[in-house]
Design a protein around this ligand. Structure first.
Ligand code: PEP
Ligand code: MG
Length: 832
């Protein structure tokens, strides 16, 4: 069947269905479709067909198209209650109509005054058999203009048993505007893992296991593609139904966001040759591709004598140690952390003992080194833990560097032309640190992942990067013109002129906005309607503090003190802590600093505390629970904080509390130390809202805490029961989930009841889509990453709090983070 075009039945503004303030429509309980805010007063037939039903109250009509699609047009919300007042039916049940024929007339003024809303959903009610593959939203539509394009799925095609009776299949047309890219791939995998059955998606002659996001992305499935979902095993039917339903639901990516502007052109029509990947470092870059040159080194198996080989190995190790130490001295914080880990690996006693053992057995130093480190790499890669497997990059890096030092080889020197987008199967940390950033503007990798060191380094160096692009990347020839849109997770290869112009316009707008934001970064921040919103920065070191100050941070909403306590044999004493905190306070030039008490345990280990192995460490002894179990540690930290000068610059924040009973003993220690030090001023002690328990009882906590600060990273982890460190659930962990927003709303309400300031220091404050919602909910202090301070200020200055409050209300009625992201994206687009 050819595609069926559904035209607008009434003139008006077309909007995504999820914006309808009625869950029956917004949650697609009636089916999928588009809503129109009418400016006309006659409902016309949206296609040729038969009138199946005209409601007795004359506000709603259902048609069946010649192809069998059933279309409901529901004029206004709760209009059934008008009992026909203001409506006139122009047709009767069973009438045959042509596209454009008038069906219902209504008195727009009467209905507008009497009904809850005039918004008119246009719904495909038999969504199991028909799927919307294209829709128009975010613009005016006239009667007869295309509103949706609908494709038949075909009832018989939906589930069938193939020749091989053990295999069940289901066909589907992909409604996702960006095709199956990282996020939907992760969600499909998550869904498939609920079943025992093996589930595969087949496109043409290619197939991929749904549990593997990377192979799924490698299929290159685009919007409108017809695919087959195959299941094998006991619960195959349920599995393919679930995966198919999730896919055809659109997962909030049905293109409703693709309304206008360069973004619209870019997103609504993903051109041939676009590859999907996972965002490793955000941003956009345009340029010509170059493939990374790879060194090839020949290695002899047998050595020239034990003494000679051992001494070559030692010399090579020293040379690499020196070169890492040099790079570390010149590097930024992220680089230093990673390079220091490399130095520790190079001194690993077991690794060195194994290498020397192989030399003792007559092997060459190079062969011995490869065997020893190869075993360690294999252990990490086979650990079954994706995060550990990503860490094997660090060992591969050392494998290469020592090998080159042993064989006298050099890493291939590659000269990059200006505006190069570097393509590689994988990139080692030392390779990215050494990159020529004058010329390399973006990176796309076949392997790697969003939490790898390469991703962290790329972000710290501000290089837009995509990872996990799969084998499809290999088809991109060197010298191809590409647009690397890391924000959208897409690499557009040889885009046509129209797309290229749109991307260039977007890039120019982004850099212009960035430059403007920098110009006003030092000024205090108020929203467009004059509300004071403090933009603070999260800090972990003195370097962060210097950068934050330079970029206009008005203070720090979170000083993470645990870095001082990690990676060492014993806790820092009071004086060492004082030196560190004082240095940071000085770098912040007197601006307020919220010092978080030690938040250790869970994913942040400190072996000297002997916390013991726990089955569920993130649910165990972490945050303030550790401080309360080690009172000496708690007191020495509080003493160090209260000794920072000038007095009052530092406030104290208690992490991870679940109830007031954990705050009170901390307040008692603060009082004791205050008295000991002869301080007469009151010390402000606030809490982090990171557990659902704290959010739900924020009104009680606010009676005794001086301020509240929402830690959205942990709050999301605990609200959604998804480990923030577990890559298998990475696709689902999103702080814009309505449950998290509702908890933040509760925290703001609780704080406001007792006139306590509510801030946010979790990652959501640094997410441009989070900011309007947070300030709409009543947050008045955002603590963001230092580099984001200018952008956060620029953004808040554009926002109007009442409009943001309305947006937040709307968002909390939606059912998924993806839908909320679409809603906010549209809101922001309309500001620009
Ligand atoms: C948070 O949980 O949001 C937070 C800011 O704390 P951390 O990320 O350090 O756990
Ligand atoms: Mg936290």
């Amino acid at each position: 069947m050819a595609d069926l075009i559904i035209t607008a039945p009434v003139k008006g503004w077309a909007a995504p269905l999820e914006e309808v303030p009625d869950l029956v429509f917004a949650d697609r309980m009636m089916g999928d479709g588009v809503a129109i805010h009418p400016t006309g007063s006659t409902i016309h037939a949206p296609c040729d067909g038969t009138v199946i039903a005209i409601h007795a109250a004359r506000h709603a009509v259902t048609l069946r198209s010649e192809e069998g699609a059933e279309i409901l047009i529901h004029t206004g919300l709760d209009t059934v209650a008008l009992g026909g007042e203001g409506f006139k039916a122009l047709v009767t049940d069973g009438a045959t109509v042509s596209r454009g024929d008038p069906l219902i007339e209504f008195d727009i003024d009467t209905v507008a005054q009497r009904a809850r809303s005039l918004v008119t959903p246009v719904i495909i009610t038999n969504a199991d058999d028909f799927q919307i593959v294209k829709r128009t939203t975010g613009q005016m539509v006239g009667v007869g203009e295309a509103l949706m394009t609908v494709k038949a799925i075909g009832a018989g095609q939906r589930i069938w048993v193939s020749d091989d009776a053990a295999v069940l299949s289901r066909s589907a047309i992909v409604p996702l505007v960006h095709g199956i890219h990282a996020r939907p791939a992760a969600r499909l995998g998550e869904c498939a893992r609920n079943f025992e059955a093996e589930v595969e998606i087949v496109k043409g002659d290619k197939r991929a296991n749904v549990r593997s996001a990377v192979s799924l992305m490698g299929l290159g499935v685009k919007m409108g593609d017809q695919i087959t979902i195959e299941g094998r095993g006991n619960d195959a039917r349920a599995a393919i139904e679930a995966v198919g339903d999730l896919l055809t639901s659109g997962m909030g990516e049905t293109g409703a966001e693709t309304a206008r502007s360069p973004e619209a052109i870019i997103a609504s029509d993903v051109p041939e040759g676009t590859l999907a990947g996972v965002t490793a470092s955000s941003g956009i870059a345009i340029g010509k591709t170059a493939w990374l040159a790879v060194a090839s080194v020949a290695v002899d198996r047998d050595g020239k004598g034990i003494a000679e080989e051992n001494s070559s190995l030692s010399a090579a190790l020293s040379k690499v140690r020196q070169s890492i130490a040099n790079a570390s001295a010149k590097g930024n914080d992220a680089q230093r952390n990673i390079l220091e880990a490399h130095l520790a690996f190079l001194d690993d006693a077991d690794l060195l003992a194994t290498a020397h053992k192989h030399v003792g057995e007559g092997r060459s130093a190079a062969f011995a080194w490869l065997s020893a480190i190869g075993d360690q790499i294999a252990i990490l890669q086979n650990s079954g833990n994706a995060r550990m497997a990503e860490r094997s990059d660090d060992l591969k890096d050392l494998e290469q560097q020592v090998l080159l030092a042993l064989t006298g080889g050099e890493a291939p020197i590659q000269n990059f032309a200006p505006d190069t987008i570097l393509l590689a199967e994988d990139l080692l940390p030392s390779q990215i640190i050494a990159l020529d950033l004058q010329n390399v503007k973006g990176i796309a990798l076949a392997h790697g992942g969003p939490t790898s060191h390469v991703a962290i380094l790329a972000a710290s160096m501000n290089v837009p990067s995509l990872a996990a692009m799969g084998d499809a990347l290999k088809s991109v020839a060197a010298g191809s013109m590409v647009v690397l849109d890391a924000d959208a997770g897409l690499l557009h290869v040889n885009p046509d002129d129209c797309h290229m112009a749109a991307h260039r316009a977007r890039l120019a707008q982004a850099s212009e906005r960035e430059a403007d934001a920098l110009k006003t970064a030092q000024n205090n921040c108020h929203s467009a309607d004059g509300t004071r919103i403090e933009i603070f920065a999260n800090l972990g070191s003195i370097q962060d503090a210097r950068l934050a100050s330079e970029l206009g941070a008005e203070g720090s909403g979170l000083l993470r003190t645990e870095f001082l306590f990690m990676g060492r044999a014993s806790a820092p004493d009071e004086d060492e802590q004082l030196t560190s905190y004082q240095g940071i306070a000085d770098a912040m030039e007197g601006k307020p600093i919220i010092v978080r008490l030690l938040d250790i345990g869970g994913d942040k280990p400190a072996p000297y505390l002997n916390l013991g192995a726990e089955k569920n460490p993130v649910l165990g002894l972490r945050g303030i629970r550790v401080g309360l179990a080690h009172p000496e540690l708690l007191e020495s930290q509080i003493r160090a904080i209260l000794r920072v000068q000038p007095l009052g610059q530092c406030r104290i924040m208690v992490p991870m509390i679940a109830s007031l009973s954990e705050l009170r003993p901390v307040q008692a220690v603060v009082e004791k130390v205050r008295t000991d030090l002869g301080i007469t001023d009151a010390i402000k002690v606030g809490v982090m809202i990171e557990t659902p328990a704290a959010a739900a009882t924020a009104d009680l906590i606010a009676t005794e805490a001086d301020f509240l600060s929402v830690g959205t990273n942990d709050l999301t982890q605990y609200a959604l029961a998804m480990d923030r460190e577990n890559p298998s659930v990475a696709g689902g962990i999103d702080a814009l989930h309505p449950a998290v927003l509702r908890l933040i709303a509760q925290s703001c309400k609780g704080g406001a009841q007792h006139e306590r300031q509510v801030g946010v220091c979790g990652g959501l404050a640094s997410d441009p889509l989070g900011i309007p919602l947070l300030i709409g909910l009543g947050v008045t202090e955002l603590s963001v990453t230092a580099a984001f301070v200018p952008k956060a200020k620029a953004m808040v200055r554009q926002l109007n709090i009442p409009a943001c409050a309305k947006l937040a209300e709307q968002a909390m009625r939606l059912s998924s983070a993806a839908d909320i992201r679409l809603l906010v994206r549209k809101f922001i687009e309309e500001l620009n």
